[in-house]
Design a protein around this ligand. Structure first.
Ligand code: NAD
Length: 250
């Protein structure tokens, strides 16, 4: 049902973003991929999805502007690229703070401001931001990530209100823990900051607050993104949809 719609999914060479891109492609959307990775693998993904790819570094405003100019009119904007760094606040590297705020929060502001004019003209649009259970709750040692994710939840609500009468919705999807490279990569740092084994980090830290005791799958997020693009979702806006195994119900 998405034939003729163009979707840009940031951070879609891996993990959740790739699953969202695949799910939107399966419904007929024309996909623009973004993210880093092995050139041959990205070429393979472009072929699989009939997609184009932008390697823009989303911490760089000029690169975002170039990506948006190259992409043309975007009907479905998925702000998904994100990274994590785990450290106590008094040891948190300043450059990591700046990068995480730029990537996990400011990049979404820039893509929104550049995508919305086309959506207004088209009289239809969908903005879907991958937030996190950390958009409404906190965990120690994740100052920049939690701040950025709370920020994107606020940005989403604001944009939703501004565009409410123009058939453009803006929502967050907030996963708890999804088994992706981002989660896997924070295990060593958490082992170090907490003096734990890998198994302890998985069971006692990562899944500690996820009552189902199961990681969500990237495809679960892709399915919700597709639903938010449907006409039946036209009155769902400014909301924050959790896929967190009950985490934020506690
Ligand atoms: P991932 O590490 O698998 O993928 C991240 C993607 O972002 C990759 O495509 C990477 O190339 C891209 N990227 C990284 N830095 C970039 C930059 N500077 N410019 C452009 N692209 C860049 O991560 P993931 O787990 O799939 O996470 C995707 C989103 O989901 C993030 O916003 C993350 O915070 C959020 N999230 C993930 C989980 C989880 O458990 N995995 C939970 C909640 C929220």
């Amino acid at each position: 049902f998405l034939e003729g719609k163009r979707a840009l999914v940031t951070g879609s060479t891996s993990g959740i973003g790739l699953a969202i891109a695949r799910a939107l492609h399966a419904e007929g959307a024309q996909i623009v991929l973004n993210g880093f990775g092995d050139e041959a693998e990205i070429a393979r993904l472009c072929e699989e999805l009939g997609a184009t790819h932008s390697g823009a570094d989303l911490t760089d405003v000029a690169a975002i502007e170039q990506m948006m100019a190259d992409a043309g009119g975007i009907d479905i904007l998925v702000n998904n690229a994100g990274m994590q760094h785990v450290a106590p606040v008094d040891e948190f590297p300043v450059d990591k703070w700046n990068t995480i705020i730029a990537l996990n929060l400011s990049a979404a502001f820039h893509t929104c401001r550049l995508a919305v004019p086309h959506m207004k003209k088209a009289g239809w649009g969908r903005i879907i931001n991958t937030a996190s259970a950390h958009s409404t709750t906190a965990s120690p040692y994740k100052a920049a990530y939690v701040a950025a994710k709370h920020g994107i939840a606020g940005l989403t609500k604001t944009v939703a209100l501004e565009l409410a009468e123009q058939n453009i919705t803006a929502n967050c999807i907030s996963p708890g823990y999804v088994w992706t490279p981002l989660v896997e990569s924070q295990i060593p740092d958490t082992m170090k900051s907490r003096g734990m084994t890998r198994e302890q980090v998985i069971n006692d830290v990562l899944l500690e607050r996820q009552p189902t005791k199961k990681f969500a799958q990237p495809e679960d997020v892709g399915a919700l993104a597709v639903f938010l693009c449907r006409d039946v979702a036209q009155n769902m806006t400014g909301a924050n949809y959790e896929i967190d195994g009950g985490w934020t119900a506690q």
